[in-house]
Design a protein around this ligand. Structure first.
Ligand code: ADP
Ligand code: MG
Length: 714
């Protein structure tokens, strides 16, 4: 048997080498593990002195700062709880601009001087940490000051315990700021944007007579797509383990055309993996709910029940981490790259987003009374306005090299941001705008509702090609990449909607002050938004050529690549909105812009170097060996077939190497543009000929596992 065949046979074997969960009786008390590893509100109630617990809850509800004396008490209880669960160390868990999470562990134990040690953890250590974090990207923010950043406890996201076979660690969610108070992470702006949206929404709700709500939360539930492949193939592919995606690989005879995988029965090994990762996630308090196969072979999805944006984002980071960790226990690798395999669907993350009050009203739920109806139309219109006004920024918020393979590359979803409303809702807005009340609910409750159309309870049909779709009682922003933190896209959404709600509320206030009836005034405000921003609504096929032409006619942006999109982070309308709502200052935005541009350049440079070296040292030698064999056979026709390809590969490699060596002396965006326009095409050219060679070089000479193996042996 050839080496390749042996590998495949080996890869196909697996055993339930995870924690062998078995099937406990989940109806018996204590058998459910949900939240076991979370310092949750109920644990706090049990463990904290009554007055401390009450004070903590009130402080949290008011969003105020915590008293130091309280912190000591909380720290004590947290430490005892964690140590009972085996924790020897604690860490401030934060989310720097790398998009990943970061941690630095400290032991609870301090030596006492007499050769022993005692466990200590004070309120001070709970509240503030100072990781030696000078190497995190800051976009120059800290260069001019001390190279210090500190982490600050976020009491609104519960602490949790991470398990390891050899012990456990107490993780405390924290924000990461510079010594001068500037945000260096994804959490701080997200929290600020949630505050901004809450203020705007409460202002508007007051006009609708909603007085009891004290806070409006934004909510998020992310559907996470990922690939699972056998680790054997992964470690045999330097492109995969270095860059997260395959830089070479010909299209296999069978791709996703048969649609057999989508929602198909889940392979046993994969289901075993899912059951164990979900168990881990439940222990961490992540409310995982849905699992299924996705479109591409070896592609899957996991989705939780939604939570407030801050906790939901933290839980999303944990989800990605747990998926990757647990996969290893089954001999699998979880790929979170946006486009691990050319020619197959990439992986995204659907960001389901809504706004809800602390009194449990979902502001994007159409409801079934006219009053709810008017309120819904108002908030829904605010989203239309926000997305239209800041479409480029939204696009920029999900930009990355991995995303450039999806957005703008004829895959789900397109780079043009538009909104799908569904026929009924679109009709409702249209009716309002034309003033012709075909879809009205005349006379209901005598509230003058004839100006407001009746709404469907469950919004419309499905449109999978829309980047931003209304789905019943929430909007689904579908353009996030699968490896991406939810932090920034949601920060953008919250901020721009806060602005739109505010502006519309001001308009509404003015009309009401002028003596208009509430419903008439709402209708007028909504009509104006529809007239000005209705162009963002599109219900057709987002991939079609006609839409691209139509979108251009409507003046919608089509930012195909990351270097085109990122400048919108620092464009005037962005800075204005973000400064006004105190979400990010100009300086903080500029820092982010710099960091993201640099990440783009760095990641692609790593890809290009990897491609060049793999092609030069693995693929070219294989092709040459094949040519020698073919020549030795004396069959000239065969040689004539192979030789030009080998020559072409060599030439393409040489050009890529020249592009890699020849970066001009430019920085920032200019450098990113050089990479996009010169390096990436050179890399693509090498791949094109290498993939042709893959189809003719003797199988036992080919150095890389093929798509047909990686994707189909499970
Ligand atoms: P589908 O694949 O049909 O879009 P899923 O059930 O896979 O639906 O995912 C829907 C996601 O939307 C879930 O994560 C769910 O929790 C989330 N969701 C539902 N309601 C809200 C809401 N009000 N705010 C935010 N997310 C929500
Ligand atoms: Mg789904």
């Amino acid at each position: 048997m050839s080496r390749t065949r042996q590998q495949n046979v080996h890869a196909a074997q697996w055993s339930a080498n995870g924690a062998a969960l078995g099937a406990p009786d989940l109806t018996s008390p204590g058998a459910s593990s949900f939240g076991d590893n979370v310092f949750s509100e109920s644990i706090q109630r049990d463990r904290l002195p009554k007055h401390v617990f009450r004070q903590l809850q009130t402080t949290l509800a008011a969003g105020a700062a915590l008293e130091p004396s309280l912190a000591d008490s909380v720290a004590q209880a947290m430490k005892d709880w964690a140590m009972e669960r085996g924790a020897t160390h604690y860490t401030h868990w934060f989310q720097p601009l790398t998009g990943l999470t970061a941690e630095k562990h400290d032991s609870f134990y301090n030596p006492t001087g007499d050769g022993s040690a005692i466990a200590e953890f004070s309120g001070k250590e709970l509240i503030q940490g100072e990781p030696d974090a000078s190497s995190f990207p800051t976009g120059g923010i800290r260069a001019t000051f001390e190279a210090r950043g500190y982490t600050a406890w976020d009491p609104t996201s519960p602490a949790f315990i991470l398990e390891n076979p050899n012990g456990t660690v107490l993780c405390i969610p924290t924000a990461f700021v510079s010594w001068t108070g500037e945000a260096l992470d994804t959490k701080i702006p997200l929290l600020r944007s949630m505050d901004a949206l809450s203020r705007s929404a409460l202002r508007a709700l007051a006009l609708f007579g909603v007085q009891d709500a004290k806070r409006v939360f934004t909510t998020v539930g992310a559907e996470q797509e990922y690939f699972l492949i056998d680790e054997q193939y992964y470690f045999e592919r330097p492109d995969l383990y270095t860059t997260g995606r395959t830089l070479f690989g010909a299209k296999p005879p069978m791709g996703q055309e048969l649609d057999e995988h989508y929602f198909g029965s889940i392979p046993e090994r994969v289901l075993a993996f899912m059951l164990e990762s979900e168990q881990e996630l439940r222990k961490l308090g992540v409310p995982v709910k849905t699992r299924h196969n996705e479109v591409a072979p070896a592609q899957y999805e996991i989705a939780p029940i939604f939570e407030n944006s801050n906790v939901g984002s933290d839980h999303q980071q944990l989800t990605m981490q747990v998926l990757q960790n647990v996969a290893r226990r089954y001999g699998l690798i979880c790929l979170l790259h946006e486009k691990p395999f050319a020619g197959l669907n990439g992986s995204g993350k659907h960001n389901n987003w809504s706004m809800g009050t602390d009194t449990h009203i979902n502001l994007l739920d159409p409801g079934d009374t006219p009053a709810e109806n008017a309120q819904f139309l108002f908030f829904c219109a605010a989203v239309l306005k926000a997305v239209d006004e800041h479409q480029e920024l939204l696009r920029a918020s999900v930009a990355s090299p991995g995303q450039d393979h999806r957005l703008g590359a004829n895959e789900a979803p397109p780079a043009i941001i538009s909104i799908f409303l569904g026929a009924e809702l679109q009709n409702a807005f249209g009716t309002l705008a034309t003033g012709q009340g075909t879809a009205t609910r005349k006379g209901d409750l005598g509230l003058g509702t004839d100006v407001l159309p009746e709404l469907p309870l469950h919004g419309g049909d499905r449109n999978r090609t829309s980047p931003f779709a209304f789905t019943g009682n929430k909007f689904e922003f579908r353009a996030l990449g699968s490896s991406m933190s939810l932090g920034f896209p949601n920060t953008v959404l919250n901020t721009i909607v806060a602005q739109a709600v505010d502006e519309m509320a001001a308009d509404l206030e003015q009309r009401l002050a002028g003596g208009a009836e509430l419903f008439d005034a709402v209708a007028a405000v909504v009509k104006q938004v529809w007239d000005e921003h209705g162009r963002i609504v599109f219900d057709g096929d987002g991939y079609s050529e006609e839409w691209h032409a139509e979108a251009a006619r409507r003046g919608l942006a089509n930012l195909r690549t990351t270097p085109e999109a990122l400048p919108w982070l620092v464009a005037d309308p962005t800075v204005e909105a973000f400064e006004h709502y105190k979400v990010l200052s100009r300086r903080e935005l500029e820092a982010r812009f710099e960091v993201f541009v640099e990440q783009y350049a760095t990641k692609l440079n790593i890809e290009a170097e990897t491609a060049a070296s793999l092609a030069r040292t693995s693929i070219l030698p294989a092709a040459v060996r094949h040519l020698i064999e073919v020549r030795a056979s004396g069959l000239e026709a065969l040689g004539a077939e192979v030789e030009p390809l080998v020559t072409e590969l060599h030439a393409a490699i040489t050009r890529l190497e020249a592009a890699n060596a020849g970066h001009p002396d430019v920085e920032g965006l200019e450098h990113a543009v050089y990479i996009r326009d010169t390096v990436v095409p050179a890399m693509d050219a090498v791949r094109a000929v290498a993939d042709r060679l893959e189809r003719i070089v003797a199988d036992d000479l080919w150095p890389l596992p093929k798509y047909s193996e990686i994707l189909f042996i499970k």
